[in-house]
Design a binder for this molecule. Structure first.
Ligand code: VG1
Ligand code: CO
Length: 557
């Protein structure tokens, strides 16, 4: 194939955040913006990681993916990649890309998604690169890419026509080829190996169990029917918003109590379904609901871990180890203590779990941000989490006759609290604040941390320690700093402050609060009521209102 060298100049601001490069679509549409970053990526990888190699390409179906797919394919070909596997219509969820990379032994893959950020001409676009075990590229690579975007001068573009992504099959262009693949089949096969589909089918086919899944017009729309309906016997009407749309139907494809409000309303209505779930733009997040009951993600991962061995064939020998991101509540810690399992606390973002999984010391992990997953792949996995919950419910109810009361989602959660205690948890998000005020607040908090002393009184709480979270990867020894400011009190309560690394405008402040409650008689309290004193303390410690001018958070989870 013929390769043209296209001259270019560095464009500022191409540093990746928590999960890939995310900007407004309009920014990505500037001349060479995407091309520069993709070329910088090839300039950063060792040649043996892509020359004549195999890469995977998928996305969540958002606006600009079609154009972007063609740009990525041409630059990959221009840099000597041998073959690209691309999902039909450019569609493939983040977990499916990870699964395909692993199954087909690819060198890596691209995911065209800004995840839970809204899509459309006025909204966001994004791209992530995953490595050969399916894990998000480590910071050592993303930092190199950023460095290369600052000095880039040429883009290597193959002169090939736009590839037709509609039909399955291989098209060859000299020594380069593109194969359009079904985005679901490899992933479905993996799910069938991880879970007992017969067991789940038994639950979903019951006349006394109602299930609903909201795909939020995002990528899991393409997976819902083949998996839940065709594979597991769910009623076709149980899938809501099941068609992926370029603008997610004007929605914000983030499965939480604010943005998945339609589902929440259905689940909290009188006589609502028994189980409801939703997933985000690129299919790696999940929200789990029972009838009039919300499962906080920090509890969800703990409950999946505690029940995994009994209910999920993949874990029949028990999980190898457990891990959570730092701001995620300590509910999982208690499970690891009881099951006597290795336990890890990592910074926010899935990329920190991969090394532990590759080293064979981690099986199940999660984040408070609706991310749950395991070492079956190297990304969080929304449908996996839903199937894990369905497995637990199916296992608990497998001998129940029609007419007998079923064990519900809330029964399972309350039993868990009774056994392990309840970690009350909430996160307050202040989205798109002025960057200046938000940065000043963080500086102010860092200063406060540096002067803090154990034993100091903060209202009725006594400080155990305060710090800015730092992590040393136990596998490769790499160190990351400034991962979130923590105030940890002697009763185990915690307040954490971070700035989001996934936004595309301004600064999003996140406050995480947690308090442990061993007393069963208090477990039914509303989380917001139970955490009120700690939330008030967080607002006063940080002077948030003063720094950001915000009276109220935009999202509470
Ligand atoms: C957020 C979440 C983090 C998650 C990340 C990517 O990051 O807090 O836990 O890993 O999004 O999720 P931040 O830096 O905005 O807090 V996804 O589904 O958007 O790829
Ligand atoms: Co996502």
């Amino acid at each position: 194939i013929k390769v043209t060298s296209v001259p270019t100049r560095p464009i500022e601001g191409q540093k990746t955040g928590t999960s890939g490069l995310r900007k407004k679509v309009k920014v990505f549409m500037q001349e060479n913006y995407l091309a520069n970053w993709i070329q910088a990526l090839f300039n950063s990888l060792p040649p043996e990681d892509f020359k004549n190699g195999l890469l995977v390409l998928g996305g969540d179906g958002r606006y600009f993916n079609r154009e972007a797919a063609q740009i990525i394919i041409k630059i990959a070909a221009g840099n000597g990649v041998g073959k690209i596997l691309v999902g039909r219509e450019g569609i493939m969820s983040t977990p499916a890309v990870s699964a395909v990379i692993r199954k087909r032994k690819a060198n890596g893959g691209f995911i065209m998604s800004a995840s839970h950020n809204p899509g459309g001409p006025e909204y966001d676009w994004g791209v992530k690169f995953n490595y050969n075990s399916g894990q998000p590229a480590p910071e050592s690579i993303t930092n190199k890419i950023y460095g290369n975007t600052l000095s880039i001068s040429e883009i290597k573009m193959a002169e090939i026509p736009d590839v037709d992504l509609c039909c399955l099959g291989v098209t060859a262009y000299g020594n380069f080829s593109v194969e359009v693949i079904d985005p679901v089949s490899d992933y479905l096969e993996l799910m069938e190996n991880v879970f007992d589909f017969q067991l789940i089918r038994g639950l979903l086919c019951r006349s006394d169990f109602r299930f609903i899944f909201d795909a939020m017009h995002a990528v899991t729309g393409a997976y819902a029917k083949p998996i839940f309906v065709d594979g597991l016997g769910a009623n076709p009407d149980s899938i809501a918003n099941g068609v992926p749309l370029e603008d997610f139907g004007h929605g914000h494809p983030d499965p939480n109590l604010t943005y998945a409000k339609d589902l929440v309303d259905v689940m909290y209505a009188k006589n609502g379904p028994d189980f409801g779930a939703a997933s985000d733009g690129d299919g790696d997040r999940n929200m789990i609901l029972g009838r009039s009951f919300f499962v906080t993600p920090s509890d969800s991962v703990a409950i999946i871990a505690a029940n995994s061995q009994a209910a999920i064939p993949y874990f029949k020998n028990g999980p190898k180890g457990l891990a959570r991101s730092m701001p995620t509540s300590g509910a999982l810690d208690r499970v690891s203590e009881k099951l006597n399992l290795p336990f890890f606390e990592v910074p926010t973002g899935w990329k920190f779990f991969g090394n532990l999984m590759d080293a064979g010391t981690l099986s199940i992990c999660g984040e408070e941000s609706f991310g749950t997953g395991s070492d079956h792949i190297r990304e969080k996995d929304g449908i996996w989490a839903i199937l894990a919950w369905l497995s637990i419910l199916a296992y608990r109810n497998k001998d129940k006759k029609v007419g007998e009361k079923l064990v519900s989602v809330s029964d399972i959660v309350k039993e868990h609290w009774a056994t392990y205690g309840r970690n009350f948890f909430s996160r307050y998000d202040y989205e798109e604040c002025e960057s200046e005020g938000a940065n000043k607040m963080i500086e102010y908090l860092r200063d406060l941390v540096s002067r803090s002393k154990a034993g100091e009184k903060y209202g009725s709480y006594i400080l155990q320690f305060a710090d800015d979270f730092e992590y040393t990867d136990p596998v490769d020894g790499s160190i990351v700093t400034k991962q979130g400011i923590r105030f940890v009190f002697t009763d185990g309560s915690r307040i954490i402050f971070r700035l989001s690394g996934t936004g595309s405008a301004g600064a999003t402040v996140r406050i995480y609060v947690e308090q442990f409650e061993p007393d069963v008689s208090k477990h039914n309290m509303d989380a917001q009521t139970a955490l009120k004193p700690l939330i008030d303390l967080a607002l006063s410690i940080s002077k948030l209102k003063e720094f950001t001018g915000r009276e109220k958070p935009t999202v509470i989870t």
